[in-house]
Design a protein around this ligand. Structure first.
Ligand code: GRF
Length: 200
């Protein structure tokens, strides 16, 4: 299966996918990596693996919908079977979802529906939960609201700060992402709305 991965930051989830995809038996390869900023250090992982990269900055467009369309156009040129948003800090809009709804998954560093949005680990820590975790879901037009594909629980340590908690969540998140994307690639999952069927 052909994967396009979208990132905004360090790209450790991307790095885990690239490492897994190096095994021919994994069933998926990263055909391109996109970012919303040139400063996304994770782009180095893509370059090192020889994957094409592209950057689409919201600020380069007069309006958000033009950025959304430009991003969809960039992704479409690589003909992905699955788009993986892993640490991509922009909401994907109508044009993108029209093109790739049902074929775009996202990882979120909290146990949805708890703590949606940009600060899952911080919000979990501030709330005082004893267990948080990460969620893999199908992207829809909400904020971290799509059909849930998998979740992993992560204990909150008494001496955790946001950084230490998020790093621990990311360990679970990377293995969840690699495992599920590999299964989808090998078993041909078809995602339509809130159900996930194993397709032919
Ligand atoms: C991940 O925890 C992701 O869920 C969140 O930001 C983090 C990105 O980490 N949105 P990385 O860029 O994959 O290292």
């Amino acid at each position: 299966a052909r994967l396009v991965v979208l990132i905004s930051g360090t790209g450790s989830n991307l790095a885990a996918l690239l490492e897994a995809a190096a095994d021919p038996g994994y069933g998926a390869q990263v055909v391109a990596v996109g970012a919303d900023r040139h400063s996304a250090t994770g782009l180095e992982h893509a370059r090192a693996a020889g994957s094409p990269v592209f950057v689409e900055r919201v600020g380069d467009y007069a309006e958000r919908s033009a950025w959304d369309r430009a991003l969809a156009t960039q992704v479409a040129q690589f003909e992905p079977d699955l788009v993986v948003s892993a640490g991509f800090m922009k909401l994907l809009g109508p044009a993108f979802l029209t093109a790739f709804a049902g074929r775009t998954v996202n990882t979120h560093p909290a146990l949805s529906p708890a703590f949606p949005g940009m600060h899952g680990p911080r919000d979990a820590l501030d709330y005082g939960v004893k267990v948080t975790g990460c969620t893999l879901f199908v992207v829809d037009d909400g904020v971290d609201t799509g059909a849930i594909l998998d979740q992993r629980a992560v204990e909150v340590a008494a001496d955790d700060d946001v950084e230490s908690l998020h790093e621990r969540i990311k360990i679970a998140e990377r293995s969840m992402l690699v495992e599920q994307v590999g299964r989808m690639a090998r078993e041909g999952w078809i995602i339509d709305g809130r159900t996930v069927r194993v397709g032919g």
